[in-house]
Design a binder for this molecule. Sequence first.
Ligand code: XIL
Length: 299
Amino acid sequence: ASTLGASAAEHGRYFGTAIAAGRLNDGTYTTIAGREFNMVTPENEMKWDATEPSQGNFQYGSADQIVNFATSRGMRVRGHALAWHAQQPSWAQGMSGTALRNAMLNHITQVATHFRGKIHSWDVVNEAFADGGSGGRRDSNLQRTGNDWIEAAFRAARAADPNAKLCYNDYNTDNWNDAKTQGVYRMVQDFKSRGVPIDCVGLQSHFTGGSDYPSNYRTTLSSFAALGVDVQITELDIRNANATAYANTVRDCYAVPRCNGITVWGVRDSDSWRSNESPLLFDGSGNKKQAYNSVLSAL
Ligand code: XIL
């Protein structure tokens, strides 16, 4: 096959990209996105600050634009993200305790209900674990509502959209030996043992191309999968688009049967949140880079 999405589909997988609603009027952008990818993640448009800018006032216009772009082209959508410490609206940032817990649960219920039937997978909770050696939770206003906030979020999402796959998503969870990876692993193991509804784990995989693409990445993917969840690479970008690191990442996913999809975090380098690192598969003019060819031949 001659595109990323078609190649991935031949292996029973998808190949996705982050999409920004503000770029949907750029013909070069939409041409590449529509041709190469068969899964879409809204880059910012489904986050709490975008969808509930004041409490109880829900705004779906930009997110709906992306969902319509995707579904009209037969692409699937990964919802991102229902509960997260970052990109919260200012009204939520100042909340705590029961009021914040209830606001979070209402947010999840409302947003997942609005998009019910249109979302293949939801990042229900994003980035809840701490960096460094503790293996524990990140401190945040949500964490301070009680350690059970993550499972409460997953149960609310399941109730609102029973057919969506529900995922936990994080970064720096790539090296199997890192305490953060182990912490997330133990949470997923606990959720599976207690029947908390979780279907998948997303590894963001924002790599520099150095030691943060670990030689044991495949072990990490297969270890999570062995818990009975699917795994996805959800926000892949690599400093300077190192072609070898891209190919290795893709091959690792393809070696693990339950690694069922890969998403890169943007279309062209100029669209990237790390644009000064040129980390994507297309250059600013929309030309295929060496990394594109290495990914396509690895697929
Ligand atoms: C980033 C977006 O790409 C930027 O446009 C925005 O300013 C900040 O967020 N982890 C995530 C993503 O889960 O939502 C982040 O996206 C990148 C890190």
